[in-house]
Design a binder for this molecule. Structure first.
Ligand code: SF4
Length: 146
């Protein structure tokens, strides 16, 4: 069973997270809608955020405010993640997977039917979590390319 490490424990409500990040709740909701973040959802549907989520959002904020990237650009960048190489999905599934053949949305935004991702929890997946902040993106790419 998946056991989150300390900084992965979702403890902040959306309003607390927004306060800590100096952004609005509306902006956080928009990042989720646009597929940039996947907050933890309680059964009641309430969103909670961990320190790791905040780190990810700080990276997104930096890309927007300092590097002048738009939401579309960030989503496009995330859609280039070679998820198939990370989770090693079978070749016969890859060739029919939208994440493998296209690059419009990150894999966690796509519907996955009859493949290895069908019932996976993307928030807990190595693909989503490894590409969580600027440093981890670089480290993961180094590991993949070596
Ligand atoms: S489980 Fe989700 S995040 Fe992981 S590779 Fe599949 S679609 Fe992507």
């Amino acid at each position: 069973m998946y056991t989150p490490i300390t900084n992965e424990i979702p403890v902040y409500t959306i309003s607390n997270a927004a306060k800590l990040l100096h952004i609005s709740v509306h902006t956080l909701r928009m990042y989720e809608r646009e597929g940039l973040i996947i907050p933890f959802k309680k059964e009641s549907n309430q969103r909670l955020y961990s320190e790791k989520d905040l780190e990810r959002i700080r990276c997104i904020r930096k890309a927007i405010t300092e590097d002048k990237m738009g939401i579309d650009g960030i989503r496009k960048m995330l859609s280039l993640i070679p998820c198939w190489g990370i989770i090693n999905c079978p070749i016969k599934e890859r060739i029919e997977c939208k994440a493998y053949i296209g690059y419009s949305k990150p894999c966690w935004m796509l519907k996955h039917k009859n493949n290895v991702c069908e019932n996976k929890n993307c928030r807990e997946c190595e693909v989503y979590s490894s590409f969580g902040n600027c440093q981890s993106i670089k480290e993961k790419l180094k590991e993949l390319i070596h």
